[in-house]
Design a protein around this ligand. Structure first.
Ligand SMILES: *Cc1c(COP(=O)(O)O)cnc(C)c1O
Length: 365
């Protein structure tokens, strides 16, 4: 049986990539901010409509080192309805995550519930533009100003998106992106961060390159999280096709919407106002009482037909084994509830509308 995975990495043709990396055999310059790195950095700034961007080995290191660069302390208000990386980055910085619940309509952090969680220990807010849904940026910005907090967006899901025409990387004090193989845009592995205040670009550079400033000068206690030339070259290639990839995803997304829109007990995403979407995910939330089947039953039925949908995000991060007895997942009842009922359907440019139709047929059966 032909399997359908939840996503499939987009790749350029072999010839295009081979052409892109050819000169590396002349220069033997494989990493450490070489030619490909510089070209990719410049092209990304243009595409993402941002003033600055630092490239890193992956999205997680971009986030972890960004939190370190901001010299945060105490508590960080965040969402448990996310990938492990978001919460781990906070904890691995010696900070305490304080979990705020999400909105039931778009699954982003509920900005109206943040203020009640702010204490004299709070130093930052770390919201996630989950599934490509943009958070309540204006409300979060107001709170951050009122209480003098930093805002770092986990924008891993929002590559290429704009809000009111502004590149999503421009919001907050920093926004991080992931270019992992499973994301809308990939560099095999890779990540990046954009800062409002460019002084942080120098800091993150230090943190990703051992704090080395010259052959005999090491002035920071940095880690190593540089993007290499082969990943940057993959990025240069994939960037040429990203608009086609997003357009192809939109077709799948629209097909799902069309076929699942009026199904009782099935909640599908709705378009956000002022947002240019990248169609990264297609989350479906099942109401067992109305639909007649549970999320787990639907997932199993799909699996029996070779289709790998994902329970993304289940469990929520506050329910992870590694955080047992440390957090209470019931502190965020909406996130907890949604996580038990959500299934993200396969979506990628090459999936094809026939496969989207097949998946819907199985769900509706
Ligand atoms: C993928 C992802 C990350 C981490 O990115 P990597 O490039 O895989 O390290 C962080 N946050 C969210 C929400 C993600 O989906």
């Amino acid at each position: 049986m032909k399997q359908i995975l939840v996503t499939r990495s987009s790749m350029p043709s072999f010839e295009e990539y081979a052409d892109e990396i050819k000169e590396l055999w002349d220069t033997h310059w494989l990493t450490n901010m070489g030619v490909k790195h510089k070209q990719f950095q410049k092209k990304l700034c243009e595409y993402l409509k941002v003033n600055n961007i630092e490239l890193l080995t992956n999205g997680h290191m971009a986030l972890e080192l960004t939190l370190q660069a901001m010299e945060l302390s105490g508590e960080v208000i965040t969402t448990p309805y996310t990938f492990a990386s978001t919460t781990h980055a906070i904890v691995r910085n010696g900070l305490t995550p304080v979990f705020c619940d999400i909105k039931p309509d778009d699954y982003t952090i509920d900005a109206d519930k943040i203020e009640a969680l702010i204490t004299d220990k709070t130093s930052a807010i770390l919201p996630v533009h989950v599934y490509g849904n943009i958070c309540e940026i204006e409300k979060i910005e107001k709170l951050a100003e009122k209480y003098n907090l930093k805002v770092v967006y986990d924008a891993a899901h929002t590559f290429g998106e704009t809000y009111k025409g502004i590149g999503v990387g421009n919001f907050g004090d920093a926004s991080i992106f992931s270019f992992h193989a499973t994301k809308v845009f990939n560099t095999i592995e890779g990540g990046a961060v954009c800062f409002k205040d460019e002084k942080y670009s120098a800091k993150i550079y230090d943190l990703k390159n051992f704090g080395i400033h010259g052959p005999e000068t090491v002035s920071g206690i940095g880690a190593n999280a540089k993007m290499n030339e082969f990943c940057a070259a993959m990025g240069l290639c994939n960037l040429r096709h990203i608009d086609d990839e997003i357009a192809a995803r939109k077709k799948i997304y629209d097909k799902y919407c069309e076929l699942l829109a009026d199904v009782k007990g099935v909640c599908i995403p709705s378009a956000q106002k002022d947002v240019k979407n990248n169609y990264a995910y297609f989350p479906v939330v099942f109401d067992e009482d109305k639909f007649g089947k549970s999320r787990d039953e639907v997932a199993e039925e799909l699996l029996s037909e070779g289709i790998f949908a994902r329970k993304y995000f289940y469990p929520i991060t506050s329910a992870f084994d590694c955080y047992k007895d440390r957090f209470n997942p019931l502190d965020t009842p909406i996130a907890y509830d949604v996580s038990k009922r959500v299934l993200t359907l396969p979506i990628y440019g090459e999936l094809g509308e026939e496969n989207a139709e097949k998946i819907c047929r199985i769900i509706l059966k």
